[in-house]
Structures are given as structure tokens and as C-alpha cells.
Design a protein around this ligand. Structure first.
Ligand code: 173
Length: 321
């Protein structure tokens, strides 16, 4: 006797539901807001390798690449609308969608602590609501920013200087009399080479990646704020994952955050490398340096709280600075 169509269909359904996890391997599409292989993409790329190694048969990540795939200031929107499933991006690049993202540079405690004291939870909620994404990991809390210049200054005053910025540096550059010009990292070299700007904001690490050392004379001391580069997962993609798939991502995220322990040595090596490349540190006395850092913090909070009164104030409370 031949099985009826409905029996055959039911049998197929049973077979499908009993298939091993291997057949359910899921692939997420990823981009980075920073160029491939450079300082602020590197650890994300290590994270992807780890997921692809440990997630065989469960979850994989297809790395589409850096800014050639999606322009840096569009990456937040791309993860929000699920043009990509997962992104490596700094909050400074999506303040158009989340003005208070500018405050993440002021959250400088180690991530292990931020996960314990409620900061991660709150920042995750903000991402859920405003970026339709899950705040999977944050990197580089212990790497600070600097202003680099091609004209010397004899006090901490940027009057008459055009300085390339992102939202990270805009308020302090303006407060000290400089003229801020916003560009993506990919335009910094040309802007310096052509003299469109006299300097730029950037972390202590990474200026060699795109050859900026060749067009940089000075680094202003002191350092300020705290780099934050986040791994965000589109929330619909996140909700669609099963427990095994989430576990692979969560374990790799924890590992990624722990890589920040390497940064102390990376920062030290980078300062030495800049010195060897002839980039001169412009340092000022202790009182002026302290005033600069305090001013940088104050103008940033003021500007964030003006744009996002409630959430900005809550972030300031969590930051404790
Ligand atoms: O300068 C920038 O482009 C910027 O805002 C940034 C943020 C985090 C890491 C590196 C650069």
C-alpha cells in the first residue's frame, strides 16, 4: 500500500524537526566602521575568527568588511535596519540616532565593572530602543584620545586652528577656540596633506595604520576620555537566535572585552613608536593639564545633557565623573 500524501508530509515534518543542529547553522553578516586590519577593527576580526571556529554547525559570521562596504557614519543605521546583522562601530558615528551615544566616551570603567554596576544594562536598553540592537560588547575602555597638530601651540588654546573632529572632540575643540571640521577617518590623510585642517582628534593608537604619521608633527598632551567601540547585533537577528547560537556570541563577547587587558602594552608601544617617528609631544604643566581634562569632561557632559536631558543625566550618574 502506498502512503497517502498527508502521511508522507507528516513523516517529512518529523524528519525535519529531528535534524541535528548542523542543518540549522546560521550566518550573520558583519561590517566594521573602521578599515579592515586596522587598530579598531583588529579585535573584532579576532572575535569573528573565534565565533567561526567555535560556532561550526551552530553560527557563523560573514565579514563583509570595513568602510568600503558601508560608510562609517551609516553603520549605526545599517544595523538598526538590518542591512547588516552585526557591526563594529563607535557611538560617535551614530549620534544622529542616539545623541547620548556621545557619553559612552565618558564611561571609562572596565567592562567587568560596567556589567556589574548596571551601566551595561542601561546602555543596552538605549540600544534596544534607539538602535534596534543588542549591545553585545564594548572594547578599548582603557585607550584614551588625543589632539594631534601640525602647528605648535605654547598653551592649551586652539584659537586659529582648524581641527578634524567627530562628535568625540567637537565640544572641547570649540571650547578652546578651535574650528572643528567633521570627517570620517578615511578623509583625514588628504585633509592633512592638503592643509584643509591643522590637526585632528584620534586615539593614542592607530595613527600608523593609514599613514598619518607622515603628515603629523605634534601630539597634544594630556590624553582625555576613553575609546569605545561597540559590537552591536540587530535586535531582530538577536531574538531569532537559539540558546546555542547566543552562547557562542556571548562567550566570544566576554573574551573580546577581556582583550582590553592587552591595551596597556599596546598604548605604551604606540607612544614610543610615535616618538621614534618624530612626532613631538607638546606637554604643559600639571595645573594646565588637569584643567584641560576637567574642561573636556565638563563641556562634553554639558553638551550631552543639553541634547538628551534625561538619559544624559542618568549616564553621568553611572559614569561617576
Ligand atoms: O576620530 C574618530 O573617528 C573617532 O571618533 C573614533 C572613535 C573611536 C575609535 C577611533 C576613532
Amino acid at each position: 500500500m502506498r502512503p497517502t500524501r498527508s502521511i508522507r508530509f507528516a513523516a517529512l515534518a518529523v524528519v525535519l524537526s529531528a535534524m541535528p543542529a548542523a542543518s540549522q547553522e546560521l550566518t550573520l553578516r558583519a561590517v566594521s566602521a573602521f578599515a579592515e586590519g586596522t587598530q579598531f577593527s583588529k579585535n573584532f576580526e579576532r572575535f569573528i575568527e573565534k565565533v567561526n571556529r567555535e560556532g561550526k554547525g551552530v553560527i557563523q559570521i560573514n565579514y563583509v568588511g570595513g568602510p568600503r562596504a558601508v560608510p562609517p557614519f551609516e553603520v549605526g543605521n545599517a544595523v538598526r535596519s538590518r542591512v547588516v546583522d552585526i557591526a563594529n562601530v563607535t557611538g560617535a558615528f551614530y549620534t544622529n540616532l542616539m545623541p547620548e551615544a556621545d557619553a559612552f566616551k565618558l564611561l571609562g570603567r572596565p567592562m567587568s565593572e560596567q556589567r556589574r554596576n548596571g551601566t551595561w544594562d542601561y546602555v543596552n536598553q538605549l540600544h534596544n530602543q534607539k538602535l534596534n540592537s543588542w549591545y553585545l560588547a564594548r572594547q578599548f575602555h582603557n585607550v584614551p584620545f588625543h589632539i594631534y597638530l601640525n602647528k605648535p601651540i605654547d598653551k592649551l588654546d586652539f584659537s586659529g586652528l582648524k581641527i578634524r573632529v567627530t562628535p568625540v572632540y567637537r565640544d572641547i575643540v570649540q571650547a578652546l577656540g578651535g574650528a572643528p571640521i567633521t570627517t570620517a577617518p578615511g578623509e583625514v590623510y588628504t585633509a592633512l596633506e592638503r592643509g584643509v585642517v591643522d590637526g585632528y582628534g584620534w586615539p593614542i593608537t592607530g595613527i600608523f595604520d593609514l599613514g598619518w604619521d607622515k603628515v603629523t608633527k605634534f601630539r597634544v598632551e594630556p590624553a582625555f576620555y576613553s575609546v569605545e567601540v561597540n559590537v552591536l547585533v540587530n535586535q531582530d537577528a538577536w531574538k531569532g537566535l537559539n540558546d546555542a547560537q547566543r552562547k557562542v556570541l556571548l562567550d566570544a563577547a566576554q573574551w573580546l572585552e577581556a582583550l582590553d587587558a592587552e591595551n596597556e602594552a599596546v598604548v605604551k608601544a604606540e607612544r614610543e613608536r610615535q616618538e621614534a617617528a618624530g612626532i613631538k609631544a607638546l606637554a604643559f604643566d600639571a595645573a594646565a593639564s588637569k584643567a584641560f581634562v576637567e574642561r573636556a569632561n565638563d563641556v562634553a557632559w554639558e553638551s550631552i545633557i543639553k541634547r538628551a536631558p534625561e538619559t544624559g543625566a542618568k549616564l553621568r550618574q553611572l559614569a561617576g565623573n
